[in-house]
Write a protein that binds this ligand. Structure first.
Ligand code: M6R
Length: 622
C-alpha cells in the first residue's frame, strides 16, 4: 500500500540535493500508493537525517529546508497508507533504528510478529518512539549491523526473524553509500542507472531516470550503491543473474498531460488502451501470452474456471463469466479473492484459475493464487504491471498493456481486463472446438472495432459531464442492469462511491422487486444500462419494464442505451447513447459514461479525484 523509493549515486562534490530530489520525485510518482504521510532520510556526515510529515507529499516538501541539501550519496523515501498507528508525524516513515539512531528504515506491508520483537528489543535496551510495527524492523537491522558490521548481512539476518509481508529499505551511517533492501510478499524493483541506481515499489518510482530494471524475487536481499547492485538469497547465496528487463512505459504516460486529473486522462486513453490490449494477440490461432504457457491439452480438459479478483477487477471477471460460459460452455465462477481461500473451494487439476489484477500486487488475489496452486490448479494472470508478484507466481501471464494507471479509481485497466478476458475466452473456445473458426473470426473482427466505438463515446462526453455538474449535490444514486449490464451497474456504483463519496448501489434489475425498489422515492436518480434490442428480445424488454417500474415510483431515469433504441425514449429522463455492438462486448462501452459521470461529479464537488480518502491504489495487505 505504501510507496517506497531508494537512491544511491556518487557523493556530490558540493552540497547537492540530488538524492533528496530523486527521492521526492519518486515519491510524487508513488503517492497514489498511499498518502497519509511522507518522509525521506539521508546520511548527513556522522548522522542519519530524517524529515517526515503527516498528510500529503506537499507537507514534506514544505518541511524540507535548505539545510536538508546534503552531500549524502543515498536517500530513501516513503509515502504511507497507515496500518499500525494513525497518520501522524511520529508514525510516518522513515523510522530510526539502533542505540545511536544510526539507521533509518522504510517499510511497506505488515510485520505480524512485531509485538514479540518489540518486547525482545526493548529488553535489550532499544527505545521505541512510535506505534508502528516498522520500528521493530529498524532496531532489528541495526542490532544485526552491530554484530556483523555488514549492512547486507544485517538485513539478511533481520528478515530471518520477521513474519508477515514486507518490503524494507535501510541506510546506515557505517555504510554511507549503500541502500539495502529486502522483500517478502510485497513489491520491490531495481532501476539500473549510469553511475547511480534506484529502488522502488514499482517502476514509476524511477521511470524518469532509467528504463532498465531488475526483478527482485521473493525473500531476496538487494544492496545498491552508485557502482552496482548485489542480490543474495535468504540463505546468503549470490544471485549471479537477476532477471533484467526494459520498462515499456514512458515517463510522459505517468503525467497528467493537460487533464485535470489522472482519472480524466486515463478515461480518455481508453480507446488506445484497449487497442493495445488486443494488439497482435490471437495470431495464427494461438493466444500470444507474455509469460509462461499452458498446455493446450490441459485447456481441453478444464472442467471449471474460477476467476479470483477484487474490486473493479472482480467486476471485470463478472463480465467475463457471461462471455466465457456462452462461448466455451465451461462453468465459470467469479470469486472475491479474499473470500475464496477461506471458503475451502472445490478446485482440482482440471480447474483453470484466472487471476485478474491491475497492480499484480493485491495481497488478497496473490493469496488466492497461491491457494489455487497448492490445490493443483493452473493459474493464468491478467495483470497490467510487468514484474509484479501475481504474474510471476502464476503459470502464465497476459499483460493488459494499457500503460500505467495512476488514479486510485481504476478505469482503463478495467477495460483492458475485460478485453483480455474476451481474448482468453475466444482462445479457449477455439482450442476446445466450441466455436467454428469463422465464428471466432467474426467475433474478433467486431472486437477490433471497439476502440473506435470507445472514441465515439468519449467524443460525446459533454452531455454526461453536464449531467454530473447538475447532480453534484445528489446523496444517493442507484444503478441497474441485467446480464452483462449487471456488473456494469456494480462498477458504476463503485466508481461513484470511491471518488465522490456518494451512497451508490448497483443491482441486478430483476432483483429490484425483491427489496431494493423500496429505496426509490421522488427524484431518486437511477442509471439503467439497457441491453441491445438486437440481442435477446426478452432481455431488452425486461429492462425497459424495469425503467418503467422505477419511474412510476418517482425515479429520475438516466438511461444508457445503444444508438437507434427508441423503445426507451418514453421512459427516460435522459438518454445517453453508445454505439451499437454485440451484447457481450457492450460493457466496454456502457461503463464509460458512468466513469465520466463520477469523475466530473467528484471534480465539481472539489474532491481529490486521484487520491480519494482512506484508499490506496494497490492493496498489499490482507
Ligand atoms: O490492482 P488490482 O486490480 O488487483 O486492484 C483491485 C482493487 O483494489 C481495485 O480494482 C479497486 O477496487 C479500485 N480502487 C477500483 O477503482
Amino acid at each position: 500500500m505504501c510507496g517506497i523509493v531508494g537512491y544511491a549515486g556518487p557523493a556530490p562534490s558540493s552540497p547537492s540535493s540530488r538524492p533528496v530530489d530523486v527521492a521526492l520525485q519518486g515519491l510524487a510518482r508513488l503517492e497514489y500508493r498511499g498518502y497519509d504521510s511522507a518522509g525521506v532520510a539521508v546520511i548527513d556526515g556522522e548522522q542519519v537525517q530524517v524529515t517526515k510529515r503527516a498528510g500529503k507529499l506537499q507537507n514534506l516538501r514544505d518541511a524540507l529546508g535548505e539545510d536538508t541539501a546534503t552531500s549524502s550519496p543515498v536517500a530513501i523515501g516513503h509515502t504511507r497508507w497507515a496500518t499500525h498507528g494513525g497518520p501522524i508525524d511520529g508514525n510516518a516513515h522513515p523510522h530510526l533504528g539502533g542505540r545511536r539512531d544510526e539507521l533509518a528504515l522504510v517499510h511497506n506491508g505488515i510485520i505480524e510478529n512485531f509485538a514479540s520483537l518489540r518486547a525482545e528489543l526493548e529488553e535489550q535496551g532499544y527505545t521505541f518512539r512510535s506505534e508502528t510495527d516498522t520500528e521493530a524492523a529498524a532496531h532489528l537491522v541495526a542490532r544485526e549491523m552491530e554484530q556483523t558490521g555488514d549492512l547486507t548481512e544485517a538485513m539478511r539476518r533481520a528478515v530471518g526473524h520477521l513474519e508477515g509481508a514486507f518490503t524494507l529499505l535501510a541506510v546506515h551511517i557505517d555504510a554511507p553509500g549503500t541502500v539495502v533492501a529486502a522483500r517478502r510478499n510485497s513489491p520491490l524493483v531495481v532501476g539500473l542507472g549510469q553511475g547511480e541506481n534506484f529502488l522502488g515499489s514499482d517502476v514509476a518510482a524511477f521511470v524518469d531516470e532509467t528504463k532498465e530494471a531488475l526483478e527482485i524475487d521473493q525473500d531476496q536481499i538487494v544492496a545498491v550503491t552508485a557502482e552496482g547492485v548485489r542480490v543474495i538469497e535468504a540463505d546468503g547465496t549470490e544471485v549471479t543473474e537477476p532477471k533484467r528487463y526494459t520498462i515499456e512505459w514512458d515517463a510522459a504516460s505517468a503525467q497528467k498531460g493537460g487533464y485535470a486529473s489522472f482519472m480524466a486522462k486515463e478515461i480518455h486513453e481508453q480507446s488506445s488502451a484497449v487497442a493495445d490490449t488486443l494488439l497482435g494477440r490471437l495470431e495464427g490461432g494461438r493466444l500470444v501470452l507474455d509469460e509462461g504457457e499452458i498446455d493446450e491439452s490441459l485447456l481441453r480438459s478444464v472442467d471449471k474456471i474460477v476467476v479470483v479478483a477484487c474490486g473493479t477487477a472482480a467486476n471485470a471477471g463478472n463480465v467475463a463469466k457471461y462471455a466465457i460460459e456462452h462461448w466455451c460452455r465451461i462453468p465459470t465462477e467469479v470469486e472475491l479473492a479474499h473470500e475464496f481461500r477461506y471458503r475451502d473451494p472445490v478446485i482440482s487439476e482440471k480447474t483453470l484459475v484466472v487471476a485478474i489484477s491491475q497492480s499484480g500486487e493485491t495481497m488478497d488475489t496473490l493469496m488466492a493464487v497461491r491457494h489455487a496452486k497448492e490445490q493443483g490448479a493452473k493459474v493464468v494472470a491478467l495483470c497490467n504491471t510487468r514484474g509484479s508478484t501475481i504474474p510471476r507466481e502464476s503459470d502464465a501471464a497476459l499483460y493488459l498493456h494499457v500503460g500505467p494507471e495512476i488514479a486510485v479509481a481504476s478505469t482503463k485497466a478495467y477495460l483492458g481486463q475485460i478485453a483480455a478476458c474476451y481474448l482468453l475466452g475466444l482462445y479457449l473456445a477455439q482450442v476446445r472446438g466450441n466455436l467454428f473458426p469463422d465464428e471466432i473470426a467474426a467475433l474478433l473482427e467486431d472486437l477490433e472495432q471497439i476502440p473506435q466505438h470507445i472514441q465515439t463515446v468519449l467524443d460525446g462526453s459533454e452531455q454526461v459531464e453536464q449531467l454530473a455538474r447538475e447532480m453534484k449535490d445528489a446523496t444517493s444514486v442507484l444503478f441497474l442492469g441485467r446480464h452483462v449490464g449487471y456488473p456494469t451497474a456494480m462498477e458504476g456504483a463503485l466508481k461513484l462511491k470511491e471518488i465522490a463519496y456518494i451512497h451508490a448501489e448497483g443491482f441486478a434489475a430483476g432483483e429490484l422487486k425483491h427489496g431494493p425498489i423500496a429505496l426509490v422515492e421522488e427524484g431518486q436518480p437511477v442509471f439503467v444500462i439497457v441491453p441491445s434490442p438486437r440481442g435477446r428480445d426478452s432481455l431488452h424488454a425486461k429492462v425497459v419494464s424495469n425503467i418503467q417500474e422505477v419511474r412510476a415510483r418517482g425515479a429520475k431515469t438516466l438511461v444508457i442505451a445503444e444508438d437507434g433504441d427508441d423503445a426507451v425514449l418514453p421512459y427516460a429522463d435522459e438518454v445517453i447513447r453508445v454505439p451499437q455492438t454485440r451484447t457481450l462486448f457492450a460493457p466496454l462501452l456502457t461503463i464509460i459514461p458512468l466513469q465520466i459521470f463520477s469523475c466530473e461529479l467528484a471534480t465539481a464537488k472539489g474532491l481529490d479525484v486521484d487520491q480519494p480518502r482512506n484508499l490506496a491504489k494497490s492493496v498489499t495487505v490482507e
